[in-house]
Structures are given as structure tokens and as C-alpha cells.
Design a protein around this ligand. Structure first.
Ligand code: C5P
Length: 410
């Protein structure tokens, strides 16, 4: 998938050790289909060479050799005008504390700051990826500058936390290139769920038999994680209740890890009270052992497995859908059905049984663990197919559907 196909960026580098991450960001943007024009400050040239950035972007770098902003390579000598007008966004990564202060005052004594000032504010977004020592980050001047830059129309992409090149540990590291990429991709998605609160369950559950064994299933959680990501991209505030899976948390999503179906229910119910949309993608175990042995159950030499008693698990989706908030429609509930055959008939029946306005069917064995899927949307009016695509593409389509059905995008 090329999420940034057709997009053109100015990638600006100001001086900071995080310049080494800008090389990877440049590659990542290009891999997603974008074209990139690199512009460097003179200070950035202390940390990474224009040769590296030229090779990665496949374009000569501007700014580094002529800090005044004039450049004979442009016929009119005005790269600050030409380059800023053809960009879909200017991304400054790393954005140093000093460069922020400069932007704040509208100073323009090098090509990059000149270009930021000269950009048509309404058409060319300015995305800043700060990078600095934790004390510089926490300083009231930096915090004040960021608030003002945001008010002036810039988007601050946030910072990471952890070990810093200076040897100190704290906030202020530049985000990693994959994190920046995720935020940049999200920036361009339509904000069809802006301000909405979305709750997603994902992954399998784990029902313990004894301290070392349990019952689970093949759900990878990928579809639910993609939906959480797509909801966040659409501007929602997202909580993801995840069973045991090995997936990174989508950027900007609050994640609650759980094990059993009962844990999942306990985590979900209070969040559902605060949410506008609930998407239940979790493959919740229908049954759990009636009791969990405190010690590992040993073979007794009889050749027979010990008899286990099972108890039915709570149905999280049905419980939420039938709660006052779900039943009144204040919380829009979406269920999933993973079937092996007769998808449409089973999905229709399940929608009614669960009491949800929208149920999404998919063929379980064909999609478990995969990065793509095909969906069948079932509502009271009928069905609609979403053809095979990556889970993220399908998740975005589903979010658009939910937005339309809840009137959120209106
Ligand atoms: O009944 P079945 O498991 O096929 O239903 C699937 C749908 O119900 C999914 O949306 C799933 O997340 C949800 N579910 C649930 N709690 C259960 C069983 C299923 O939320 N105990």
C-alpha cells in the first residue's frame, strides 16, 4: 500500500543529532509513494551531509550551501517561493528548539525558515517534529513557543521519551521514523470522526486451564488494530481493549491489555459508557474452564485426559449493545462475524441475535493472521461487499461507513 502516493513534501532538517533519523524518514516517505525535496539549514549540515539526503531523495538538496535563501538553480532565484508552493506539506524533522523560536518570530534568514514563512498558510501545512534535550523541551520558552506555533497553524507531531544522545533520559527525542510516518499518513486522512470516542475490542482471549495451559484461538488482532488506527486517523479518541497479541499499539491510541473474556468485559463496560462507537472485533472464547487449577495438571498414567467442566463466557458485544447506551443508539455498536461458510446467512442471523445495527462478516480461516481481508457489511437494509484489500484500507472504509451512519461526518 502506498499511503502517500502523489504527495510531494519539503523535508526540512534543522540542526540536531536526530538528523540521522531524517534519512530514514526520507526513505519511508518515498516508499509510501511520495516525492521529497530536502532543504537543510547550515546547522543540519553539521550532522548529516547533503550527499546522503540527495541520494535518498534523488534530488539535489537546497539550503545547505547557500544559507541566504538565494539559489541560482532556480530560474527566478526564489526557491522559497517555488518549492513551498509545489509542496503538499513542509515537514521539519528534526525541528530544533532554536528553529522553533525562529519560526515563532517569523524570522527568515535561511532558506528553510524563509520557506516556512513564505508558504501559503491555508494550502501548505507545516508539520514539526521537535528534537531536543529534555530540559530544553520542558523549558517554558519551548512550551510557550509550541503553543504559539500551534495557534499560528503549525502541527506539532509530538516527541518520544527515553535515552537521549546527551546521556540524559526524558522527553524530547524525535519520534522514530515509522512513528512520524504514521502521524504524517494520519494527517492526510479525512477527519470524519473528529471528536468522537471510539472503543474497539481486538485479538483473542486466553482462558486459563492451569498456570501453563489455556484455551485461545488464531485471531491475530490485526483487523481490530487496523480499525483502531483508522479511527484515530479519522480524528477520534480511541480506546483499544486488546487480548494477548503481538502487535504494536497504533499511534495515539489508548490501549488496555487483557487476558480473559471476563477481563475484557470488565475493561470494556466502563469505556462503553463514555464512547460513541463500539466495534467488537475480538474473537472472544465462548467457553472457559469452570475452574482454573492452581497447579499444573499432571498426567495420571491412565491415558485419559482429565475431564474439564466449562462455563459460558459473557457475550461482551450483546451486553454492551443491550445496555441503555447501546439500546438507545447513543452508542453505535458494530459486531464482527468470523465464519467458515454461509457467510451472509450467518452474518444476518448474528446481527439480529446480537442486537446491533451493523455486523461485519468475514471468512475466518481465510483472514486469521493475514494482512488482507474481504468484508461483508450487513445491516437492516441488506448487505454490501467490501472487496479484498489490506486490513487498513478496509478499516478506513468501515470507519467512513460508521461516520455516515452516525452522522459524524456531516
Ligand atoms: O457469537 P460470535 O462469537 O460469533 O460473535 C462474534 C461477535 O461478537 C464479534 O463482534 C465478537 O467480538 C463479539 N463477541 C463478544 N463476546 C463474546 C463473543 C463474541 O463480544 N463472548
Amino acid at each position: 500500500m502506498t499511503d502517500l502516493a502523489g504527495k510531494h513534501f519539503v523535508l526540512g532538517l534543522s540542526g540536531g543529532i536526530a538528523c540521522y533519523k531524517a534519512a530514514e524518514l526520507c526513505r519511508a516517505l518515498i516508499k509510501q509513494g511520495a516525492t521529497v525535496q530536502v532543504v537543510m539549514t547550515q546547522a543540519a549540515g553539521q550532522f548529516i551531509t547533503p550527499v546522503t539526503m540527495q541520494a535518498l531523495s534523488n534530488r539535489p538538496v537546497f539550503g545547505s550551501h547557500d544559507v541566504s535563501g538565494f539559489d541560482a538553480r532556480e530560474a527566478n532565484g526564489m526557491p522559497h517561493i517555488n518549492l513551498s508552493r509545489e509542496a503538499d506539506a513542509i515537514i521539519v524533522a528534526p525541528c530544533s528548539a532554536d528553529f522553533m523560536a525562529k519560526l515563532l518570530h517569523g524570522r527568515a534568514d535561511d532558506l528553510l525558515s524563509l520557506m516556512c514563512l513564505a508558504r501559503p498558510i491555508g494550502q501548505v501545512p507545516l508539520l514539526l517534529a521537535p528534537a531536543m534535550n529534555r530540559e530544553m523541551w520542558a523549558h517554558p520558552a519551548t512550551q510557550r513557543n509550541m503553543a504559539q506555533l500551534t495557534a499560528d497553524g503549525a502541527t506539532i507531531l509530538g516527541v518520544g521519551s527515553g535515552f537521549q544522545a546527551c546521556g540524559e533520559t526524558g522527553d524530547g527525542r524525535m519520534l522514530e521514523p515509522p512513528e512520524l510516518l504514521e502521524d504524517i499518513v494520519a494527517f492526510f486522512q479525512p477527519k470524519v470522526l473528529a471528536g468522537r470516542r471510539v472503543l474497539v475490542t481486538a485479538g483473542p482471549t486466553w482462558e486459563s486451564i492451569d498456570p501453563v495451559r489455556g484455551i485461545t484461538n488464531l485471531s491475530s488482532g490485526k483487523m481490530g488494530f487496523a480499525i483502531a488506527r483508522a479511527a484515530r486517523e479519522a480524528g477520534a479518541e480511541v480506546t483499544l481493549v486488546a487480548g494477548p497479541v503481538h502487535l504494536p499499539t497504533p499511534r495515539g491510541v489508548r490501549r488496555i491489555d487483557v487476558q480473559s473474556a471476563r477481563d475484557m468485559l470488565a475493561a470494556t463496560l466502563p469505556c462503553a459508557e463514555q464512547s460513541d462507537v463500539f466495534v467488537a472485533t475480538a474473537a472472544v472464547a465462548d467457553w472457559r474452564p469452570a475452574s482454573t487449577a492452581g497447579e499444573k495438571i499432571k498426567k495420571d498414567g491412565s491415558g485419559h485426559m482429565p475431564q474439564l467442566q466449562f462455563t459460558e463466557n459473557p457475550d461482551i458485544l450483546a451486553t454492551v449493545a443491550q445496555s441503555p447506551r447501546g439500546a438507545s443508539g447513543a452508542l453505535f455498536c458494530v459486531g464482527f462475524a468470523a465464519e467458515s461458510h454461509d457467510l451472509e446467512a450467518h452474518a444476518r442471523a448474528k446481527r439480529v441475535r446480537k442486537g446491533v445495527p451493523l455486523l461485519v462478516g468475514n471468512i475466518g480461516p481465510a483472514t486469521f493472521g493475514a494482512d488482507d481481508n474481504a468484508l461483508l457489511l450487513v445491516d437492516a437494509q441488506g448487505t454490501r461487499e467490501l472487496a479484498r484489500a489490506t486490513k487498513l484500507e478496509l478499516a478506513r472504509k468501515l470507519i467512513a461507513e460508521i461516520s455516515t451512519r452516525t452522522g459524524a461526518g456531516a
